[in-house]
Design a protein around this ligand. Structure first.
Ligand SMILES: Cc1cc2nc3c(=O)[nH]c(=O)nc-3n(C[C@H](O)[C@H](O)[C@H](O)COP(=O)(O)O)c2cc1C
Ligand SMILES: O=C(O)C(=O)c1ccccc1
Length: 374
């Protein structure tokens, strides 16, 4: 695949320009919901600042004529070491929502993670992804029957893994959303996986009398009142043969526990600074977790990844791959073409960065190319 884009690129081009575009296209409520973090946004800011605390140390005069951005994750080959993070409610950004994001990802062989609160039902997203790896992100609802049903549906249509988000027993204290009175659930954009769920319908809407809008409070009541514990996770482990990833780990001892519980991969994450403000930036949490896990399972990281050199830094610090959240969501403001622009530019940027750091393949990146800033 030729990914180098040599012609001058049309605008928006940079992350910052895409963010500006999204700001002009979305309502204030929707834009703030996507952009903001929780509390005073200290963690949101740290997620970015931490990247400049590390310096890259390129090798010169190595042969980088042939480069390879591809990598393996959970026994599947992927185009580059990044995945699209689970982001709910995407029709608030563009009417095509997840259809556009998944379609773009699948054409580029980039894995996609469908959110529990996606605007498009998980089966439809899976069909769009075809043979490209796709995972289902589970917010464990406070109803085990519904949770099990979601997992079984994902399994039966060919999802490759379940991503259990563990940093969200409740939604974070998001001051901009509270100020704006913007609650994405209330838009109705996050209920596709519930209204299409036979177990949910049988339990909560058995006479089929409730309108979608009347189901919103019902869904709200079972979602994010998480009664998920390590014990329950052990039970989930028994319910599915799919690989399970835990998303939202920041502590090395929790990472060790995940390995003990038979978890297949870890995503080091603070939910893009949207959950507890003041927690550690994800990149600075990474090295201790990588050391603890000691190669037993893959370690992924997300939060603040914006450019090719960010990806190289994360991999040099021991990540197997990274997730992108806001970058592709801002691209989605221009529909599928926007997502594709964002992803292709990132592929080109990563390819360029790899050449200049003097390492021809993702597999060959190691910690020798990174040092703490002096
Ligand atoms: C608008 C928005 C919605 C999100 N929805 C979910 C979700 O449904 N499930 C989840 O596990 N994480 C969710 N996240 C967190 C992302 O998966 C990811 O951890 C985060 O965006 C990464 O940080 P970044 O935006 O700086 O790349 C959401 C993030 C954003 C910005
Ligand atoms: O916005 C989020 O980060 C998110 O994950 C979410 C999940 C459920 C309801 C509202 C927001």
């Amino acid at each position: 695949m030729t990914i180098l884009k040599l012609e001058p690129s049309s605008e928006p081009f940079t992350y910052e320009q895409w963010e500006e575009l999204a700001k002009t296209k979305l309502t204030k409520g929707a834009f703030d919901y996507v952009q903001s973090g929780s509390g005073a946004e200290e963690t949101l800011i740290k997620n970015r600042e931490v990247f400049s605390q590390w310096d890259l140390l390129p090798y010169v005069l190595t042969n980088v004529e042939e480069r390879d951005l591809s990598t393996n994750l959970l026994n599947r080959k992927i185009a580059a070491p990044f995945l699209l993070a689970p982001v709910g409610f995407q029709t608030v950004v563009h009417p095509d929502g997840e259809r556009a994001s998944a379609s773009s990802a699948s054409k580029l062989n980039i894995p996609y993670i469908t959110s529990t609160v996606s605007s498009v039902a998980l089966e439809e997203v899976s069909k769009i992804m075809q043979d490209t790896p796709h995972y289902f992100q589970l917010y464990w609802p406070n109803d085990d029957d519904v949770a099990t049903s979601l997992v079984k549906r994902a399994e039966s249509v060919g999802y490759d893994a379940i991503v259990v988000t563990v940093d969200t027993p409740l939604l974070g204290w998001r001051e901009k959303d509270l100020h704006n009175g913007y609650f994405p659930m209330e838009t109705g954009a996050g209920m596709a996986n519930f209204v299409s769920d036979p177990v949910f319908q049988a339990k909560y809407n058995s006479d089929d009398l409730l309108e979608d809008s009347e189901l919103i409070p019902v869904i709200r009541n079972i979602l994010l009142k998480q009664n998920l514990t390590w014990e329950k996770l052990a039970w989930l482990r028994e319910q599915t043969s799919l690989p399970i990833l835990l998303k939202g780990i920041l502590r090395a001892d929790d990472a060790a526990k995940a390995v003990q519980f038979g978890i297949d991969a870890i995503i080091v994450s603070n939910h893009g600074g949207r959950q507890l403000d003041g927690v550690r930036s994800s990149l600075s949490a990474l090295p201790a977790i990588v050391e603890e896990v000691n190669g037993e399972i893959p370690v992924l990281v997300d939060g603040g990844i914006r450019r090719g050199s960010d990806i190289i830094k994360a991999i040099a610090l021991g990540a197997d791959a990274v997730l992108l959240g806001r970058p592709y969501v801002y691209g989605l403001a221009n529909g599928e073409a926007g997502v594709t622009d964002v992803l292709k530019n990132l592929l080109s940027d990563l390819d360029t960065s790899l050449a200049i750091v003097g390492i021809p393949t993702i597999q060959m990146i190691d910690q020798s190319i990174i040092e703490e800033k002096r």
